[in-house]
Design a protein around this ligand. Structure first.
Ligand SMILES: NC(=O)c1ccc[n+]([C@@H]2O[C@H](COP(=O)([O-])OP(=O)(O)OC[C@H]3O[C@@H](n4cnc5c(N)ncnc54)[C@H](O)[C@@H]3O)[C@@H](O)[C@H]2O)c1
Length: 335
């Protein structure tokens, strides 16, 4: 199946599950993008989960999304338990519009769901020559430093900036050593996870993906990563009106209610303080890329460069659909 056909299949599935054609298109594009940038853990492997949540009415297929304008720069969105992709799509577009008008756009979202890759939204702003920060919280996976109970999500931190070239700077990183999606894929496919990324439920280091999912993921850089996860929980949850403090439900395992995830988008014009941002960013990147390299490193990359290269290569290929996911797709189509 070619990628356009695959996108149409996903659109048909979401429509079948009650989403509008417009919302189905937004979701399908986000899932295809995840596959193309080489993040299958956030792509087709999640389609069944989204459909299950729609069927169990913990994702609202026909949300009445409210956008409240607080000022020319600031908007608050109540996503009415929509699928996260749709809430985030509206939010980043609103933040872009606000920033284009006033220099800075701040949009908080509550009552949303899992929105996939943060970088996908930051890229939309960077394509319009704007700087962007995107934050979202996620279900408990990481134990706060000093605790043996997981409470923070893998809470990605995302920062995008125009580079004055075709390849944007997109730092988009979970605050766990590896993202939970990769552990889920390893658990599904019976593969081991690397050492040093998780503890089992007894607090013992493990490379068994299933045991890691029952246990605790480790944050990057110990207390520093724990602090960053906490910051994202405050910005995305406490600040926006979304769930926080470990209350975001696991989308795969907990169907007892909507996730009520919060997101925060901050979009800024790059020339607020200087007239020559483009020249300055070019010089900045050039200087760093020219630094002497350690052994075996051919090139110093900036965040987003390798993803952009993967995307270009993958765009020319047909997306590989693992057998179990193809079976899910066919079942969802026939449902
Ligand atoms: N919605 C959610 O709840 C949720 C939760 C966690 C993660 N995610 C998403 O999962 C995705 C993957 O996260 P991740 O932490 O596994 O990302 P990752 O470890 O693959 O990459 C992290 C960052 O490092 C950069 N990078 C990679 N190699 C580099 C190199 N050699 N030199 C310089 N920079 C380099 C990447 O461009 C990226 O910005 C992200 O898009 C994130 O938004 C979503």
């Amino acid at each position: 199946m070619n990628n356009k056909k695959l996108e149409n299949v996903i659109i048909s599935i979401f429509c079948k599950y009650g989403l509008t054609i417009n919302h189905s298109k937004i979701c399908a594009k986000a899932l295809i993008n995840a596959e193309l940038v080489g993040a299958p853990s956030h792509g087709l492997s999640r389609l069944k989960m989204y459909c299950d949540r729609i069927k169990k009415k913990v994702i609202n297929s026909q949300p009445k999304i409210k956008i409240k304008k607080i000022s020319q720069s600031i908007s608050q969105i109540d996503a009415n338990n929509s699928i996260g992709f749709v809430a985030a799509d509206i939010a980043i577009k609103t933040a872009i519009k606000n920033a284009q008008k006033t220099g800075i756009g701040l949009v908080g979202v509550k009552n949303s769901g899992h929105y996939g890759l943060s970088g996908y939204y930051a890229e939309q702003a960077v394509k319009k020559n704007l700087i962007a920060f995107c934050f979202t919280n996620a279900p408990p996976a990481i134990a706060p430093h000093g605790s043996k109970k997981s409470l923070f999500g893998t809470n990605p931190i995302c920062f995008g900036a125009p580079t004055s070239s075709k390849v944007p700077f997109i730092l988009d990183t979970s605050v766990s050593v590896i993202n939970r999606g990769k552990i889920r894929v390893a658990a599904r496919t019976g593969k081991k996870i690397p050492k040093g990324v998780a503890l089992d439920k007894f607090g013992t280091p493990t490379t068994d993906a299933k045991k890691a999912l029952e246990g605790v993921q480790l944050p990057i850089a110990e207390f520093r990563g724990s602090g960053l996860a906490w910051m994202v929980d405050i910005l995305s949850g406490v600040f926006t009106g979304g769930n926080h403090g470990g209350k975001v439900k696991d989308p795969f395992d907990d169907f007892s209610g909507p996730q009520n995830i919060g997101h925060l988008f901050i979009v800024i014009k790059p020339n607020l303080f200087v007239g020559n941002y483009n020249q300055r960013i070019k010089e900045n990147i050039k200087k760093i890329k020219r630094l002497p390299k350690i052994k075996d490193v051919k090139e110093i990359l900036y965040p987003g460069q390798s993803k952009s290269r993967r995307y270009k290569i993958n765009l020319k290929k047909v997306i590989n659909i693992p057998k179990n996911i193809l079976e899910d797709l066919n079942k969802l189509l026939d449902a």
